[in-house]
Write a new protein. Sequence first.
Length: 302
Amino acid sequence: MTETNKPTDLYSKAQSAADYIRNKTPLLPSLGIILGSGLGNFANHVKSATRIPYADIPHFPQSTVQGHSGHLVLGTIAGVPVAVMQGRVHAYEGYEMAQVTFPTRVLGLLGCKTLIVTNAAGGIRTTLQQGSIVVISDHINLTGTNAALGPNEPRFSMIPGAGQRFFDMSTAYSLRLRTLAIEEAARQEFLLTEGVYLAVLGPSFETPAEIRAFRTLGADLVGMSTVHEVIVARHMGLEILGLSLVTNMAAGIPSYGQETADTIDHEEVMETGRRVETQFTSLLTALIPQITMEQLVAGKKS
Ligand code: HPA
């Protein structure tokens, strides 16, 4: 067992990271956002922002990938206090699962009750297109590991009943939040469909044979992130919305209207992010106050 894998150790490290952040700003975020490849610019829309480089936060892992800037941005979006991760780390960079999910643990300790996870993904379902935004309805974890491995740490419970050794994943992607997202997109006059996200370890993109296999398994999207953050967030009891941006069609899948499939490169992933930025930003900006408003009303009722 490594240092960060010991549960008590992990908890105290996450506490010291959270304490450091609390000393930088009095803002108490109720919602955390993790921005995927090409989507980092959303953090520039945060108002009254405090930007903290990951390098300054105790025990925070640092991204080595182009397009992941590595800042935690605290401030408000449409009046809602948020903590936005501009960039994340991945297992393929050589990080252990406890490190990959460390920032998610810290967001929970900072008081976030909701987590919006975003990512760049390859489109497996043939009706998807480069630039489509998809609401994640469920996931398939094919990374061969699980972020909740190791002794359980019940103090990572952020709502009553969470922090258990075994925890439910059947409602990991909140139906309430999925519905809000789809309804808001309809209001903004674009079609938001749902899809199953399959996670691989990477960093190689998949082979066409793998993608055919994944389609048979029921996957609509493929990517190299998200599932571990979602597992850890569910362990803590957070409510989750997952959004994928289809930056390319997956290996072997031709783009709509084409006969043959293209090869895939990281620059394409970044370029698609830039192209869809306005739509992504207006969807999130409109959604965030709706998410927390409903929570306040529910909280008052209970
Ligand atoms: N495969 C895996 N991860 C990805 C892809 C892909 O095609 N596109 C963006 N992230």
